[in-house]
Design a binder for this molecule. Structure first.
Ligand code: UD1
Ligand code: MG
Length: 457
């Protein structure tokens, strides 16, 4: 394929966001608007990606520094044509240059690919809107060929009635774009250098201007206010929910699931209301996720049941596990098959082998737990001495009595039993009962103290 440059316009002020954060850094589905566009751009492996920024200053390039892109400052901001002019020195080759908007986050790869496929000299992405107010209108001649784009403020009443509008997104021959931009003038009602003027320039040179229609209006929806941001968020969430329903996932209510990243589901997955999925989440066949659970960058294998109000973050969970309600599985945790983690149990950076259980009120941190281990209610691994963290090792078939503290580094050997209420600081030997408690005594005849009533002697 010929050389491809992608220019992303992101210098606008975003006054109507009423925020100190530059508009393109506000999040949709858990990710800054500009990052959505950069991710879509990256899918094309362009020879050059150039972000034109301005308002908000260096925070835009700083936040996006991990992308392979050039950041070009546009100061002052004299219009969309002026913005693309700032990127010209970065552009490469004689292929195409595609212009995207940093505040139009949901533009889809397939639509853009359609725009690039014919390598035409100029292709506009347009959309038909019932209410075209505020947009540039696509003016066509009697044969249906595009003759120009007219901004609303410069349009005649007749032109204002046109419902086909300019989304702003376009693809142009890099070589012709350079020539056209060199000729831009700002003699219009806003005194700006309009990128849209290149359409009429092409027509003047006898070049046919092509158009591609966006498949969905939400793809080309720009963000100018918190209202539009919230509405587009809902639209996008609805799209994702219906996509999952289409694949056979059961959603108790498609309006009450939020996916902030990528959720991949196997067959017969059920998701109750209020769940949030962040980053990359994989749910295997027959997984059930209970209400108000939050799962981030984790995988949950087949048949596992997650009861309500569970939080799972950067964890790997095996088949047929029972998690929650109110469980918290933190980063670096790996649970093998048939593990049970019950209410108010926190697991962090620990591996728990098959068929082990911690059903009530425990903290299991920096631990290696074997198979068929039973961890009694209230057991705590004391992994931190205020400066360093240490590991607890609990081997296969161990039984830990309730309310035990395991002071790491410590090992409980295979088949050992720990008596309830113990504080274990040294290795507990294999197969034996180990406990550390003072002996129970009864003080015969002991009386409870009696409250003195005031004034009485
Ligand atoms: C522009 C189009 C209009 C189209 C509309 C779609 C022009 C002249 N008009 O109008 O035909 O219907 O978008 O939303 O192009 N930007 C810069 N630097 C600038 C000015 C703008 O980077 O100097 C960026 C903004 O951050 C934004 C985009 O360009 O991402 C569009 O700017 P905006 O001011 O919203 O253009 P509109 O007047 O809405
Ligand atoms: Mg706009």
């Amino acid at each position: 394929m010929a050389t491809l440059n992608i220019v992303i316009l992101a210098a606008g002020k975003g006054t109507r966001m009423h925020s100190d954060l530059p508009k393109v850094l506000h999040s949709l589905a858990g990710k800054p608007l500009l990052q959505h566009v950069l991710d879509t751009a990256t899918e094309f492996s362009p020879d050059k990606t150039c972000v034109v920024y301005g308002h908000g200053g260096e925070i835009v390039p700083q936040t996006m520094a991990h992308y392979k892109a050039d950041f070009v400052l546009q100061e002052p901001q004299l219009g969309t044509g002026h913005a693309v002019q700032q990127a010209l020195p970065q552009l490469q080759g004689h292929g195409l240059t595609m212009v995207l908007y940093g505040d139009v986050p949901l533009i889809q790869h397939t639509t853009l690919r359609q725009m690039l496929s014919r390598q035409d000299a100029l292709t506009l992405l347009t959309v038909h809107l019932d209410n075209p107010t505020g947009y540039g209108r696509i003016v066509r001649d009697g044969s249906g060929n595009i003759t120009s784009i007219v901004e609303e403020k410069d349009a005649t009443p007749e032109q204002r009635s046109i419902k086909e509008v300019n989304t702003g997104i376009l693809a142009a021959s890099t070589h012709l774009l350079r020539n056209w931009l060199a000729k831009l003038q700002n003699n219009n009602s806003q005194g700006e250098y309009y990128l849209t003027d290149i359409a009429a320039m092409a027509v003047e040179q006898g070049i046919l201007v092509h158009s591609v229609q966006a498949a969905h209006a939400w793809e080309v929806q720009g963000i100018n206010s918190k209202v539009q941001l919230a509405e587009l968020e809902r639209t996008w969430q609805r799209e994702q929910s219906y996509h999952l329903l289409g694949q056979g996932v059961t959603l108790a209510d498609p309006a009450r699931v939020d996916i902030r990243g990528k959720l991949v589901c196997g067959r017969d997955v059920e998701i109750d209301i209020g769940c949030i999925f962040e980053g990359d989440v994989d749910l295997g066949n027959n997984v059930r996720v209970g209400a108000y659970s939050v799962i981030r960058n984790s995988s949950v294998s087949s048949g596992t049941q997650i009861a309500p109000y569970s939080h799972i973050d950067q964890a790997e969970i095996g088949n047929n596990c029972h998690i929650g309600p109110y469980a918290r599985i933190r980063p670096g945790s790996k649970l093998h098959n048939d593990v049970h983690i019950g209410n108010f149990v926190e697991v962090k950076n620990s591996e728990i082998a098959a068929s082990s259980k911690a059903n009530h009120l425990s903290y299991i941190g920096d631990s290696t737990v074997g198979s068929r281990v039973n961890i009694g209610a209230g057991t705590i691994t004391c992994n931190y001495d205020g400066a360093n963290k240490y590991r607890t090792v609990i081997e296969d078939d161990v039984f830990i009595g309730s309310d035990t503290q395991l002071v790491a580094p410590v090992t409980v050997k295979r088949g050992a039993t720990i008596g309830a209420g113990s504080t274990i600081t040294r290795e507990a030997p294999e197969g034996e009962l180990t406990l550390s408690r003072s002996k129970q005594v009864t003080i015969a005849g002991w009386k409870r103290p009696i409250k003195q009533v005031k004034g009485e002697k």
